[in-house]
Structure formats: C-alpha cells, structure tokens
Design a protein around this ligand. Structure first.
Ligand code: MSP
Length: 529
C-alpha cells in the first residue's frame, strides 16, 4: 500500500486487544511499538490518525486466572488493564483509543453486531465436539496436537475435551467470497509468507466455527439465548469497532463506523492470523460492513535464540527494560534489529551494542562534534550557506536527496529495519565526510566558504536523519531538533502539516543563519547491568 497515492483523509490502525491473563510481555510491547511508529509516521504527514489498542477481558482463560489469583474477574481485569496503560505511557506510545471488552458500550456493539449476523441467517445452533485449548481460546484439530493431547503453542497444558451445544457461524458459506477477496486485494494479508499460509488453509475448505459457550458466565450473553455467552474471539475482534466510538456517542455500529472505519491496518502476531484474515473478514461480510485494507502478521521474538516462556524462565519484562534503558532505546532496538514480518531475537549484549553504536556514537557524536565546530568556526548559528549552492555530487547531498522518498516507501511497507538502515547510512556517511573533509584543516587554511559548506552539509544530514527517525525515536529527534534551533515537538499529536512534511523530508531544509541551541549528548551511552 502506498499511503501517498491512496489519498485517504484519515488513518486507523490497531494492535491486538491483549489478554489480561498476565502483565504485558515483550510480544505485546513489540506490536504496540510498531503500531505507534506507523501512527506517528501518518501524523507526521498531517493525517488525522486513530491508533487503537486495548484489553481482551472475557472468556475462560481470564476467569480461571482471576480465580487462581483469588480475585473477582472484573477486579483482576481492572488491575491488569492498568498495567498495559502504564506500559504504553512509559514506552511513549500515543494511544488514541484504549478499549476494554468489559466496557458496557462494547457489549452494546457486540449485541448489535450479533443481531445483524443472526438476521442474515449466518448463525445456527449445533453440537460442538472437540479439543479446546483454553490458553489459545480455540478448538484444535486432532491432527494438530502434540502427543498427550497438548497444544503446540502451549505444550505444558493439556487441551480439554468439549461436547456441548454451541451457536455456530456459517464460515463455510464465505469460502468463495474470501478467496475472491484475497485475489482482488493481494495486499490484504502481508507479508507474502503469511498470505500463502492463509490461502493454503482456506483452500483446504472452511468449517463453521462455534461462537458461543455454555457453562461460562464471564462473557457477553447471547442476545436470543442468555444461557450462552459469546465466544471470546467473536467478542474481542469487535472491540476494534467499539474503539472507534467517541466518548459521548451512543454505542451503535452506525456511530462507530462513521469516521475512522474501515481500518487501514490491523497489526498482529503470526499466531492470530487466521482470526484476522479469515474469521474477521467473513464476520464483517455477514454484517454488511466494509473490510480492512490490510492485515500484517509479524514474527515471533526469541531470547538468546530460545523460545520465550515462563516455563523456561526467560521472560523479558518490558517495564524493566524501558526503566533501565529508556523508551527510545527499546523502540529502536526492536525495529532496527528485527526485520518486521520475520522472527527475531533479543540479546542484551547486542541490544546495548546496537544502541551505543548507532544512537550514541554515529548519530549523537556526529551532531555533537559538528555543533562544536560550528560554534568555534562559524558563530552560534547555522553556517551561511544555501543548500542549492552545494555541489549536486556532494556525497551527503546526493545521498540525502533521495533518502526521504526511500524512507517513506520503507515505512509504508512496514520495513522499519530497512528505514533505519537507510537513515543510518547517511549518518555514517556524515561521520566519514567529516573525517575526510577535515574542517579543522580547512579552517587553518582559511577556506571559510568550503568549511561552512562542509559543516552545513553535515548538520543538514543529521537534521534529515532525525526527522525521518522521529516516529521511532521521538525523544532523540526532539533533542536533535532543539539543538539545531527548531521549536518542533515530535511528541505533539498534531506535529505534521502535510506541506511541512514535504519540505522537511527534502535535504536542504535547514535555513542558513538559524540560531542554534545548546550542544549536549542526545543519547546517553547504555551499559549492561
Ligand atoms: N486477545 C488476543 C487478541 C485478540 S485481537 C482481537 C491475543 N492476545 S495475546 O495477549 O495473547 O497476544 C497478543 C499478541 O502478542 C499477539 O499478536 C501475539 O502474536 C503476540 N505475541 C505473543 N508472544 C510473542 C512473542 N514471543 N513474540 C512476538 N509477539 C508475540 O492473542
């Protein structure tokens, strides 16, 4: 998808609605950081953005967790939902809507939606027999289970046999329409590997799935039959829609879908792809609602090459990470070091090395030493140079000229690590340029014009790098901009004006003679504990 070409007026994006069975883990932080970066990049372009996240609070898993903790379910949910909100705050995530599935407004949306699908004739009562994994909140095919009836995603837990009456959704009658969708909208599921998984799953034939549970109170009652509660996944997916309501609006589907709907992007992990790429569009088709533009399934994180799990005791606590290293550090590492869409690893030594090399040394030092030279050789302002006077084949100018467009493309493709790599390559070229051009020698030789051009080129390259990195490391970008004498706040939600954006992404934006701020390290080196 090329956001500059679609000319849409608004942009809406979601993270999954996280289970509150436990405090947030690094996987939820990863998706949410990525979603925030996309949202910030859209805001920078002047688009009104709605960034949605929230908590998935119903179902057996949550009910059991609360019981085990000796809490009432609602009390438990309130407690954990707060942890999520607080982590997003610490990670500098700009959430526009935090939705909770136990909110009564959500119940109203779910019931209205259920009613529509009911009237459409897509719901019927049937007998459900099968193996249920409470941790996944999903029925599993016998052939997909490990020995001893264990779920491959939760091998330390046994699945449970169920034989009960449930309401079913007629997924099977959407097979053709779904196949048509994947064909007409080839970008609907990304990346390609995930799309192929879905195509192959659907081609094996779709079965109706149960959307209600009996003997479970912790959920939303089925409107025509309150002995049943609505299946937690049917409920949770609809939270995306609830999240679009304004605070004072009546909770109706018409209101919720009036402004931000349909979604531009659902960001999810690869384990919940089927729900988003198969069940969800079919549910929306049944309710007569438009479909999202795209669903992107990212990979899984490992720690030091190993699966992250409580049993292995190698869980990474995002709260601990952000409190030790700061939000920009965490944001940068996960987006720069891991190709979005593929699995990736967290290793603390690599974490520290990457941050020191890229942010403290390459970017931070370049700005710092250049500012000091500018103070010394040119006074406290940007050198008196017009970008247009710098040779077209100047190393930094020629690299910087096309960078903006390339980075836009990378952000649009969610290729964050590529975006960082391209930006850092300009920064590294800046360091090499200073070493080669040796401004201190130019000064001694009295070559003031050349000297000022060299220093301008470097400052301008750092500025451009900071601007393009601002969705990822807003605090660092703020510091760089401040030292360059700008008054922009990249954390301000309305930072972008589209005209401003097109000017800012061009190499040469920095004005001659602009007064500079005080030079100070923009990123403190980090150390292993
Ligand atoms: N509640 C459902 C989502 C409902 S959306 C309508 C859910 N919640 S979850 O809290 O269990 O998972 C949230 C996300 O965390 C998923 O996208 C999942 O892929 C992601 N991750 C869980 N472990 C992960 C890693 N080790 N690495 C990366 N992401 C991981 O599923």
């Amino acid at each position: 998808m090329d956001s500059s070409a679609t000319n849409q007026k608004t942009f809406s994006i979601t993270t999954p609605i996280y289970y509150v069975n436990d405090v947030p883990h690094i996987g939820s932080a990863y998706t949410t950081i990525a979603a925030d970066v996309v949202a910030r990049f859209q805001r920078l372009q002047g688009k009104p953005v709605r960034m949605v996240t929230g908590t998935d609070e119903h179902g057996q898993k949550i009910q059991r967790t609360a019981e085990a903790a000796g809490r009432l379910p609602q009390e438990h949910c309130d407690l954990i939902a707060k942890e999520f909100e607080s982590l997003w705050h610490q990670l500098n995530i700009q959430v526009d809507s935090f939705v909770r599935t136990t909110n009564p407004r959500h119940e109203a949306i779910v019931k209205e939606f259920f009613q529509r699908v009911w009237e459409r004739g897509d719901i019927y009562l049937g007998q459900q027999q099968g193996w249920y994994c409470v941790s996944c909140e999903e029925f599993k095919e016998e052939r997909d289970l490990l020995e001893g009836h264990r779920c491959p995603l939760h091998p330390n837990k046994e699945v449970e046999w169920r034989d009960e009456q449930n309401y079913f959704f007629r997924l099977s009658s959407y097979q053709g329409k779904l196949e048509q969708l994947y064909q007409d909208q080839p970008d609907f599921i990304q990346p390609e590997s995930r799309r192929n998984e879905v195509l192959s799953f659907v081609s094996r034939g779709l079965q109706d799935f149960s959307i209600s549970r009996v003997n479970l109170d912790w959920g939303i009652p089925v409107p025509p039959d309150p002995n049943h509660t609505i299946y937690v996944w049917f409920d949770a997916l609809l939270a995306y829609i609830t999240a679009l309501l304004e605070p004072d609006q009546e909770a109706t589907l018409a209101n919720a879908t009036a402004k931000w709907y349909p979604f531009n992007l659902h960001l999810i992990g690869k384990d919940i792809l089927r729900f988003h790429a198969v069940y969800w569009p079919a549910m929306l088709m049944s309710a007569g609602l438009p479909l999202p533009d795209r669903v992107f399934g990212h990979g899984f994180l490992t720690k030091d090459g190993q699966k992250i799990s409580k049993t292995l005791g190698n869980v990474i606590d995002p709260v601990d990470l952000v409190s030790r290293y700061g939000s920009d550090a965490v944001r940068y590492y996960f987006l720069k070091e891991i190709e979005f869409g593929r699995d990736g690893d967290f290793n603390e030594t690599r974490f520290v090395n990457t941050l020191n090399a890229d942010l403290a040394n390459d970017l931070g030092n370049l700005l710092n030493r250049t500012l000091k030279m500018v103070q010394k050789y040119c006074g406290g302002h940007v050198p008196n140079v017009q970008a247009a006077d710098i040779a077209m084949d100047d190393v930094l100018r020629s690299k910087g000229e096309h960078l903006g467009q390339q980075v836009i493309q990378a952000y649009d493709d969610l290729a964050f690590s590529q975006a960082c790599e391209m930006i850092m390559s300009l920064v590294r070229a800046g360091n090499k340029y200073v070493d080669e051009q040796a401004p201190w020698t130019l000064f001694k030789q009295g070559k003031q014009v050349e000297l000022e051009q060299v220093l301008y080129s470097v400052l301008e390259s750092v500025r451009l790098a900071a601007y393009l990195l601002s969705p990822i490391v807003p605090t660092i970008s703020n510091a760089v901009y401040q030292q360059l004498g700008f008054a922009i706040d990249f954390n301000h939600a309305a930072v972008g004006q589209s005209d401003d954006f097109s000017a800012q992404i061009r190499w040469g934006f920095l004005s001659a003679m602009q007064a500079l701020g005080e030079a100070a390290p923009v990123f403190q080196r980090v150390e292993l504990p």
